[in-house]
Design a protein around this ligand. Structure first.
Ligand code: KIV
Length: 296
């Protein structure tokens, strides 16, 4: 199905809390076919947590969307988990578009947000716009995400004036890993915390529809979430964020060597897939597979 066909397909879904909050919400009784940036802001106003995960391919996106995830982020963490790079820096715009198009083909309900890759927006607002236009046209995604605060205002503004929703990203911003030198908790010191709060205000003022806040003290996330009207989506930012995001491969235990304190793993897929593969190899080698019922 084309991105447009997909977008308008009838997917009757009423978010559980929206069913309960008929009197509170303007989306009362409304069948939600597609999560929009406006619905996310309404969720914040109604104190309904937003659930976001990463996706990079069709099959996984189909499962996550069927489960009812609100936002799918085609994160540049694809650089690590899909391409095996040490950092998020090497992934290219073409690769991001390819991942995003696969995700969009799978999704019926979730909002699909795509990371602008390193080097495609920081230096030049026109480049930010051109990269965004390619993402939107070639993948059919619904929004883009950029890392940084006031220093990338011009790029954010340019993209927003073209009518594309922008998600911000503050705190630990992995594209700046060589500046930070480590993946440790950010904004523990007063000055960095003050700048982060100011940046969150600035991103809201510019018109960002939400902000990811990564690996900062829970108290700071709470203050930031209370200081802006747009949703704050935390990753390692504690329980006071308006929503949470994890890298799907971490959450499912596929990337088994990554165990930060903030990560909750729901499966141990590395081990499960490895064991299933061992069983398959054993069955093939012993000529147990295929048996009579598995042939023509
Ligand atoms: O690229 C990514 O997966 C991200 C999340 C960690 C928020 O930016």
């Amino acid at each position: 199905m084309s991105a447009i066909g997909n977008f308008f397909s009838e997917i009757p879904y009423i978010a559980p809390s929206l069913k309960l909050n008929y009197t509170k919400m303007s989306v009362q009784k409304k069948v939600i076919k597609r999560i929009t940036t406006h619905i996310l802001q309404e969720m914040k106003r109604n104190d309904e947590p937003i659930a976001m995960l990463t996706a990079y391919d069709y099959s996984m996106a189909r499962i996550l969307d069927a489960a009812g995830i609100d936002i799918l982020l085609v994160g540049d963490s694809a650089s690590n988990v899909m391409h095996g790079h040490e950092t998020t820096l090497p992934i290219t715009l073409d690769q991001m578009i390819d991942h995003a198009a696969s995700v969009v083909r799978a999704v019926k309900r979730a909002l699909v947000v795509v990371d602008l890759p390193f080097g495609n927006y920081q230096s030049n607002p026109m480049l930010a716009l051109e990269s965004t236009v390619r993402i939107m046209k070639e993948s059919g995604a619904h929004a883009v995400k950029m890392e940084g605060g006031a220093e990338i205002s011009k790029a954010i503004k340019k993209v927003l004036t073209a009518g594309v929703p922008v998600m911000g990203h503050l705190g630990l911003t992995p594209q700046s890993i060589y500046k930070f030198g480590t993946y440790t908790v950010r904004a523990k010191e007063k000055e960095e915390a003050r700048k982060l709060k100011e940046d969150a205000k600035k991103l809201e003022e510019l018109g960002c529809f939400a902000i990811v806040v990564e690996k900062v003290p829970a108290k700071l996330t709470k203050e930031v979430a209370a200081s802006v009207d747009i949703p704050i989506i935390g990753i390692g930012g504690g329980k006071h964020a308006d929503g949470q995001v994890l890298v799907t491969h971490d959450m499912l235990g596929i990337t088994k060597d990554f165990q930060p304190r903030f990560l909750r793993t729901y499966l141990s897929l590395f081990e499960e897939i490895k064991n299933a593969t061992k069983s398959y190899i054993k069955d093939v080698k012993s000529r147990d597979f295929p048996d009579d019922s598995e042939q023509y």
